[in-house]
Design a protein around this ligand. Sequence first.
Ligand code: MET
Ligand SMILES: [Zn+2]
Ligand SMILES: [Zn+2]
Length: 408
Amino acid sequence: MTSKDPEEEHPSVTLFRQYLRIRTVQPKPDYGAAVAFFEERARQLGLGCQKVEVAPGYVVTVLTWPGTNPALSSILLNSHTDVVPVFKEHWSHDPFEAFKDSEGYIYARGAQDMKCVSIQYLEAVRRLKVEGHRFPRTIHMTFVPDEEVGGHQGMELFVQRPEFHALRAGFALDEGIANPTDAFTVFYSERSPWWVRVTSTGRPGHGSLFIEDTAAEKLHKVVSSILAFREKEWQRLQSNPHLKEGAVTSVNLTKLEGGVAYNVVPATMSASFDFRVAPDVDFKAFEEQLQSWCQAAGEGVTLEFAQKWMHPQVTPTDDSNPWWAAFSRVCKDMNLSLEPEIMPAATDSRYIRAVGVPALGFSPLNRTPVLLHDHDERLHEAVFLRGVDIYTRLLPALASVPALPSES
Ligand code: MET
Ligand SMILES: [Zn+2]
Ligand SMILES: [Zn+2]
C-alpha cells in the first residue's frame, strides 16, 4: 500500500496525518481540537459519542459500537490524546506537520506515542462496520487527556466516575512500545512510578569556610546511596539475559536544586529522583530503605513523594485468562511473534487494572526503532497500516469472547 504519489495515499494514513497535526502537546495541549476530531469520526462512522468532563477543560471522549448482547461486558480500547514536548531544533522536519518522506516514514510527535494507535482502532472499527459485522460485545474507544503528565486529570479521575462503570469494561487494550525486530511487545504489567524529592537542610555560612554539617554533604550521601542502588539494579539486569528492563527497579537523578551564590553555603538543597519500581518489590520494605538512606545521611534530611503508585497489578498471560487466550490466538493465527513484558514506563493501564479490569499494553508496531519521546519520532506508513490489519483481526476475537462464568 506504500505509494510515492501523495494522490494515492491510503485514506487511513491521511487520517493519521491529520490527527498528528493537531497540537495536543504538553504543557498546553489543544484538547478542544482533538475532541472535535473524534466527534467528527463518530459522526462519520455512525458510532455513539459521549463526552465526559472529568475536570474543567479535561474531556474524555468515548466512541461506542454497541454489541448484540448487552448482557456481556465490553471491550475498552484506550488511547491518550496528549503528546510530550519537542526540541524542534533537533528534528529533521516540523514535528507537527506530519511530513512523509519518499520512503514512507511519517515524522511527527505522537507518531508512535500514541496517535497511531488511536487511528488504528478507529480504522479497524470502520472496516469491520463497513463489512457489515456485528459482535456480541460492545466496543468502546476512549480518548483521554493528561496521560503524559500523570493521568491525574484524565484516566485517574475517569475510572472513578459513574460513566466509566456504565461502560462495564471486561477487558482493555492500551498503549505498548514499538519493537525494532520482527516481534511485537505486549505488556501485562507495569513498574510503579515513584517520584521522590529528597531535601537536605544544614548549616549555612561563608563559602570560604570549612562549615560542618552542610546540606550539600548530606545530600551527597543520599545521592550516592541511591546511585549505588541504581548501579546494582543495572548490573543485575546486565548479568541476567532472561531479565527484561521492566523486571528490575530503575532510578534516575532528574533534578538538583538549591543555592543562591558561589560564596554562600545554602541551608537547603534538594535532589529529585524518578524511580520505576518493579512489580515484585516489597513496597513497604523499599520505602523503609529510602527512609534509612536519608537517616544515615544525618539530621535534617527528609523525603517527599510527588508520585507514589502502590497498586501494581498483573494481567495473566496464560489460557486461564480468556482475554489473553483470544488475543494470543489471533497473533498465532497471523504468525505474529509476541514478547510479553513488564512495561518499564507507566501508562493509563495502571488505573484501569487497579479498578479490576484486565489490560494489555500493545502498540502493533514491529520493525520500528523505539522513538517515543525522542527527536524525529516517526513511523512507516506500511507498519501503521499493518497495525490496522492486526486490530481488524483482534477486535472480532475479543468482542466475541463467550460469556465468562461471572457473566452467565
Ligand atoms: C509517571 S506518569 C506517566 C507519564 C509517562 N507515561 C511516563 O511513564 O513517564
Ligand atoms: Zn503514551
Ligand atoms: Zn509517552
